[in-house]
Every structure is written in structure tokens, then in C-alpha cells.
Design a protein around this ligand. Structure first.
Ligand SMILES: Nc1ncnc2c1ncn2[C@@H]1O[C@H](COP(=O)(O)OP(=O)(O)O)[C@@H](O)[C@H]1O
Ligand SMILES: [Mg+2]
Length: 209
């Protein structure tokens, strides 16, 4: 069994990534798999500071290139300080959002260009992409309704974007599935948590074989 994998969870806000990643991490630990669950910026001080600049609701003037570069900068720091060392130590790493978020949000939805954003991210982290990416697919209406219904975290600058923007993000993700059919697996996130966990677990388990 190959447990030394880098797996990323992707999809819009409210899709259930954070909820499900915890459950998958617990299940992996039960199977005695040495797992690091993280998310960008992952408690890495430099990356945390960069992220507060990106998400500050006052920064309405932020240029989309600035946003893309800041995400890539934060990603680089988190990757080299936390993710890479864990992978080198033989662990499984599961990460809540990674490069595909930038490709879908900045590259596709903001219109900078997926290839352009990919190139700055390749500079940031090197050319190796995750071994497996699980895309939590859900309509923006359902995802955003979950966030507003639960109010379990502050609404950030990206949440208040128009519904049209969030629809473009979804389209962007689905384009990435066509581009990386081997790497990205789609899960229907508009199901009960139990069903989503089972679908994700089946994909992760298969990847380990
Ligand atoms: N499958 C699901 N069905 C209903 N509600 C869910 C489901 N998955 C997550 N939630 C709830 O939706 C909200 C957003 O989930 P979260 O895991 O934070 O999403 P994300 O990390 O993708 O933004 C949380 O309150 C969570 O409890
Ligand atoms: Mg989350």
C-alpha cells in the first residue's frame, strides 16, 4: 500500500472540504496511516500574514495579479515549510485547497488565464502537482447557503463576490477536470455528509492501492 501521497481537496466555499477532511484524516489515523492534514496557510507565520492581506475586506482595490502572486507566495512558504518535509518523511499529506484554487479562481474566474497562473505557481512550488485531487462539486447557491445558514465563520472578501463569479469558479474547476483527468476526481458534494465521506474514502483508498 502506498501511503506517501499528496492529496488535495478542492471546491467552492461551503462544499464541505473542511468538514470532510477532518473525517478522512480520522479514518486514515484509524488505519494507522501517518497523516498530516493541513490547509493553506497552515499555521505558517509568513503565509498567515500574506493571507490576511488577501482576505482583508478593505482591500477592494487589489489587482487580480497581485492576488494571484500573493496566493502563490503563501503557497510556496506553506509547501516548503510544512508539506514537503512531511512528504519527505513518508507521510500522507491531505491539504484543504491548493494550486487548483488559484487556477479556478484567479486563472479562470478572474480571467487572468489558467496558463499564466499555472506558470507562477510552478515557480512557487515546482512542477510536481498533487498525486490526487478531490473536487467537491456543488452549485454555488447550495454552497453559499450552507455558509450563511451556519454562520460558523466570518464571511470573507471572496464570499461576497457575485453569484456569477462563483458560477465561473465552478466552470473553472470543471475545465481543470478535463485538463487533468488522471489527477482530479469529482465528488458530488450535494449529498449527506455520510455519503460524501464514503465517496471520498473510496477514492482515497483506491489511490493507496
Ligand atoms: N454534506 C453536507 N451537507 C450539509 N451540510 C454540510 C455538508 N458538508 C458540510 N456541511 C456544512 O456546511 C458548512 C460548510 O462546510 P465546510 O466544511 O466549512 O465547507 P468548506 O470547507 O468547503 O467551505 C458547515 O457548517 C458544515 O457543517
Ligand atoms: Mg473550509
Amino acid at each position: 500500500m502506498n501511503c506517501n501521497l499528496f492529496i488535495t481537496f478542492e471546491g467552492p466555499e461551503g462544499a464541505g472540504k473542511t468538514t470532510i477532511i477532518k473525517k478522512i484524516a480520522e479514518r486514515l489515523a484509524q488505519e494507522n496511516i501517518d497523516v498530516l492534514a493541513t490547509r493553506e496557510p497552515g499555521g505558517i507565520e509568513i503565509a498567515e500574514k500574506i493571507r490576511t492581506i488577501i482576505l482583508n475586506p478593505e482591500h477592494t482595490a487589489m489587482d487580480e495579479r497581485t492576488e494571484a502572486l500573493l496566493y502563490a507566495a503563501a503557497r510556496s512558504q506553506h509547501y516548503f515549510e510544512k508539506v514537503r518535509p512531511a512528504l519527505d518523511a513518508g507521510k500522507m499529506v491531505i491539504c484543504d485547497r491548493f494550486i487548483d484554487s488559484s487556477l479556478a479562481y484567479q486563472g479562470y474566474a478572474r480571467g487572468i488565464g489558467v496558463d499564466e497562473v499555472l506558470s507562477i505557481n510552478e515557480f512557487a512550488i515546482g512542477k510536481k502537482l498533487p498525486d490526487l485531487t478531490i473536487l467537491f462539486d456543488i452549485s454555488p447557491e447550495v454552497g453559499l447557503a450552507r455558509i450563511h445558514a451556519h454562520g460558523d465563520r466570518e464571511v470573507n472578501r471572496l464570499d461576497v463576490e457575485s453569484l456569477a463569479f462563483h458560477q465561473k469558479v465552478r466552470e473553472g474547476y470543471l475545465q481543470l477536470v478535463k485538463r487533468y483527468p488522471e489527477r482530479i476526481r469529482v465528488v458530488n458534494a450535494d449529498q449527506s455528509m455520510e455519503h460524501v465521506v464514503e465517496d471520498v474514502w473510496a477514492i482515497v483508498y483506491k489511490a493507496m492501492q
